[in-house]
Design a protein around this ligand. Structure first.
Ligand code: AGP
Length: 610
């Protein structure tokens, strides 16, 4: 949830570090800082600023840093200590010999801080990170690598570190335990970063540092060690994602670009996962026998990914007859879950770095369960800790509010449901093929919805004044209502609640009056008439209704003030389409309210701490 970048080479470090920070801003942006060693290695100079990276840039313009070829920088999402200049990274030791940036949490920092204070070290910040700088100073006896090893052996928790030191003014050190960190290989220059987009404009040659590894970089060399001090082998990957893939490509926001990418994302999944007349779940890493023996599926995820899991529950149970439980990972990890034999755990995560989801997976594995990840980031922590992985390959999702990753997750769960149905023989071949044909239509149907985006923007404009929204859905679109509410609240900050429509009479109906907007997912389904009844109850209480209906529905206009439509498709697949108008509705309301759509307040793209 913070962003780290480090540079060692022959070029000027400051502009490279600043550019890299800007590309990491989605990981956290409540304060930032940069530190470089001057050319003769006599001094480390630091600049830090609260708020967005632009504030740091302005600060440096007015107060230059020395020319340097070695430095580290950091953009923060506060966990310990308020988001202010003092707590911003990087952090020094007292003698200003060592400088450090950190992503993650040092869980035992209080004990270490007390011990260091007793030894005379003075602390200036409230952060856990500062402990690491003083430990380095305490352990340094002439060898930087040795001091780093001794320091990290003291730390408990998850952390990715970037370290520079006057003790060795040509070396950039990096450490990875639990939080993501990569190495970028350049020509007579090397970099470290929390995520690939940060350095794509410099190199596409990447090493994914593994957990409990230390990297020692100079402009001409890369050495990687494990915590026991032994050299570790590493693999150089060439990233196919191009720098411009991360750019906004003409859209006002990353979120809008990613909403528009959904047809291609689903089309790509159809192409790679529907081979001939069967479903290819390459990466699942389960034998036919293991698939046949699955008696229970337990999906664990957070936020939007959790909502995708809820859709998966309806689809997998309906098509394959396999019982499905869905847990918020933050609950699963602490409730000592009962995991029956032959249970398949499915961990859904866009980033693959969400701390709660990782912890849930570790809990499940401790209890002997097989884990398959549905993930969008190659080489992420979740992938490495799972037995199998179904990559979404949705491309980088930069907007903090998840959109294309959500539809890709739902699509993957639909594919898995079909795979299980084929193996369990709960669907005839004909029924399977009919559903496969329906899935193949989704990209075109999404493009059709995008053609009506101006109408959706108009509805958003007409309803952006409401101070509270209720989102109602039933059956497979109950999760769609939850997701629609999350999208709106997280980017517009308008209180929005998703609810099972059948539950309205048990309380939420008290909310209904002419000052509330109610979004009703009323597409053609077995529960359509029930939704119409809900809408009549809302109208009777002067609630303003925005309905999502199936194109061609003639009666819906009598019940709703505004109607957004989706093309007809098999009922179980409607969440794949319903998500798009809900995403656009939330987006346009948030833009109209002047909110920072791509980087909403208090949020980070990847919540790598509890
Ligand atoms: C989604 O719009 C939110 N930003 C958030 O709920 C997110 O889905 C959640 O933090 C899980 O992230 P993950 O998919 O990377 O694990």
């Amino acid at each position: 949830m913070c962003g780290i970048i480090g540079y060692v080479g022959e070029r000027s470090a400051v502009p490279i570090l600043l550019e890299g920070l800007k590309r990491l801003e989605y990981r956290g942006y409540d304060s930032s800082g940069i530190g470089v060693i001057n050319k003769n290695g006599s001094q480390i100079v630091v600049r830090k600023a609260p708020g967005k990276i632009n504030n740091l840039e302005q600060l440096i313009k007015g107060n230059h840093l020395p020319e340097s070829c070695l430095g580290i920088s950091h953009t923060r999402w506060a966990t310990h200590g308020a988001p202010n200049k003092v707590n911003a990274h990087p952090h020094f030791d007292n003698a200003k010999q060592f400088l450090i940036v950190h992503n993650g949490i040092v869980e035992n920092y209080e004990i270490l801080k007390e011990r260091l204070k007793k030894k005379g070290y003075r602390f200036v910040s409230e952060t856990d990170t500062e402990v690491i700088a003083h430990l380095l100073s305490d352990f340094y006896k002439g060898g930087l690598l040795d001091a780093v090893k001794k320091t990290v052996d003291q730390l408990k928790g998850a952390f990715a570190l970037g370290i520079i030191s006057k003790a060795d003014p040509h070396t950039l050190m990096a450490v990875r335990v639990g939080s993501p960190l990569i190495i970028g290989l350049g020509k007579r220059e090397n970099l470290i970063a929390s995520d690939v987009p940060a350095i794509l404009n410099i190199t596409k040659r990447i090493i994914y540092l593994k957990d409990r590894e230390i990297a020692k970089l100079t402009k001409d060399s890369i050495e990687i060690f494990n915590f026991e001090g032994k050299r570790a082998a590493y693999k150089v990957h060439t990233v196919t994602m191009s720098a411009e893939a991360v750019a906004k490509q003409g859209y006002a926001h990353f979120m809008l670009k990613e909403i528009h990418e959904q047809p291609e994302v689903i089309a790509q999944m159809c192409k790679t996962r529907i081979v001939g007349k069967s479903i290819d779940l390459q990466g699942l890493n389960l034998s036919l026998q293991e698939l046949k023996s699955i008696q229970q599926v337990n999906i664990v995820a957070c936020g939007t990914a959790y909502h995708a899991g809820l859709v998966g529950q309806y689809v997998i149970e309906k098509l394959s007859g396999v019982p499905v439980k869905v847990d918020a990972a933050s609950e699963f990890r602490y409730r000592d879950p009962i995991i029956l034999k032959n249970t398949l755990i499915i961990a859904v995560s866009q980033s693959g770095e969400t701390a709660d989801t990782l912890a849930a997976v570790r809990e499940a594995k401790k209890k002997g369960a097989k884990v398959v990840a549905i993930c969008n980031v190659v080489g992420s922590s979740l992938v490495r800790e799972s037995d199998g992985v179904l990559y979404n390959h949705a491309g980088p999702e930069i907007g903090v509010a998840s959109t294309k990753a959500y539809t890709a997750q739902v699509m993957m769960l639909c594919l898995l449901a079909l795979k299980l149905a084929a193996i369990k023989k709960t669907l005839s071949f004909k029924q399977q093929q009919a559903l496969i044909q329906e899935l193949k239509k989704i990209p075109q149907l999404l493009r059709k919805i995008l053609k009506s985006k101006a109408d959706i923007a108009k509805i958003a404009k007409q309803n952006s004044h409401y101070g509270c929204f209720l989102f109602l859905g039933r059956n497979v679109n109950y999760p769609s209502a939850l997701e629609g509410a999350l999208k709106l609240k997280e980017i517009s900050y308008i209180p929005a609640e998703g609810y099972a429509a059948g539950e309205m009479k048990h309380g939420p109906i008290a909310l209904i009056d002419e000052y509330r907007a109610v979004v009703c997912v009323a597409t053609h389904s077995a529960v359509y008439e029930k939704m119409i009844s809900n809408m009549q109850e809302i109208r009777a209480r002067k609630g303003k209704i925005i309905a999502i209906a199936t194109a061609g529905d003639k009666t819906i206009h009598h019940h709703a003030h505004h109607v957004m439509t989706i093309p007809a498709v098999h009922e179980l697949l409607t969440p794949l389409l319903v998500a798009l108008p809900l995403q656009l509705l939330a987006y346009h309301i948030a833009v109209r309210l002047g909110c920072d759509v791509d980087q909403p307040r208090n949020l980070a793209k990847s919540v790598t701490v509890e």
